[in-house]
Design a protein. Structure first.
Length: 24
């Protein structure tokens, strides 16, 4: 569903942000 896609994109964004902060 569209909601699950939004959740997946949000999860990917959070994971990318976490990697960004950890990298710094």
């Amino acid at each position: 569903t569209m909601a699950s896609q939004v959740v997946a994109i949000h999860f990917q964004t959070v994971a990318a942000a976490n990697n960004y902060w950890v990298d710094k």
